[in-house]
Ligand binder design. Structure first.
Ligand code: SF4
Length: 246
């Protein structure tokens, strides 16, 4: 789709371009926290009234001269001008470039320094059922990006009765074979409207964390309530940003 907003963190000096839309349709997508049971996964709510032109996006970035430029979604690689914006951020501004959240379906990008890939499942059938896409697309892309020297990180959502230990173990084996130093983040599922799944218990989160830490050295965890997820800036200063365009 397109970028509709640019935010900037005055202290940490990073800018973020926010894209509307995603190629996946994950039923548990956290965008539904705001858009409700009938909301479109991966689509910000409410729908932006207008989208920013490439020139507007470049102007916003030029004014703040960020050290880092993040591209977020939905799925940021669906924005048609992302290649041009990556080139601009990297070559004209000298910024470090990163997909702050991506489903990993399109990672072969010039001028990209790194990406944070949200894995959904390890089992082929479950992966296809959740995302509508083949698992190999995502896992192979991640592997290739690591081989190409990109700074890669990964995350996965623990969802009781859906994405549990077996899924995490498979993904852990895959990642640790690439490198035990890959940064990995476990997110406890935040129940979204219209889905039958519950929030994991503290004990379940501890167990899956121990499992992941038996494979990887750099594992972080978040286990937010719905209220906490709806205002991340209260707990994490990285979300204390101001809008500079859109
Ligand atoms: S890939 Fe991420 S943004 Fe897209 S639908 Fe799935 S959870 Fe939502």
């Amino acid at each position: 789709m397109s970028f509709y907003r640019v935010t900037y963190h005055d202290v940490r000096k990073f800018a973020t371009l926010h894209n509307f839309g995603c190629t996946f349709k994950c039923p548990f997508c956290s965008y539904k926290l705001k858009s409700g049971a009938n909301g479109q996964p991966g689509h910000a709510y409410p729908r932006p009234e207008r989208f920013l032109t490439t020139e507007e996006l470049k102007n916003a970035l030029r004014k703040v001269s960020p050290k880092q430029v993040y591209f977020m979604g939905g799925e940021p690689t669906t924005a048609q001008n992302i290649a041009e914006l990556l080139r601009y951020a990297k070559r004209e501004l000298g910024a470090n470039t990163r997909l702050g959240h991506t489903n990993g379906s399109c990672l072969a990008l010039e001028c990209l320094d790194g990406a944070n890939v949200g894995f959904k499942a390890w089992s082929e059938n479950l992966h296809t059922a959740i995302t509508g896409q083949k698992k190999s697309l995502i896992y192979d892309n991640f592997s290739r990006a690591c081989d190409a020297g990109l700074n890669m990180a990964a995350n996965m959502i623990y969802i009781p009765d859906l994405v549990e230990h077996k899924e995490f173990e498979g993904t852990m084996r895959f990642l640790s074979n690439i490198s035990p130093d890959i940064a990995f983040h476990i997110m406890g599922y935040i129940p979204v409207p219209g889905q039958p799944y519950r929030r994991p218990t503290d004990e379940e989160m501890s167990e899956v964390t121990a499992l992941c830490r038996s494979f990887l050295r750099n594992v972080g965890v978040s286990h937010l309530t719905t209220e906490q997820a709806l205002d991340l800036s209260v707990r994490d200063d990285r979300f204390r940003v101001r809008t500079i365009a859109g």
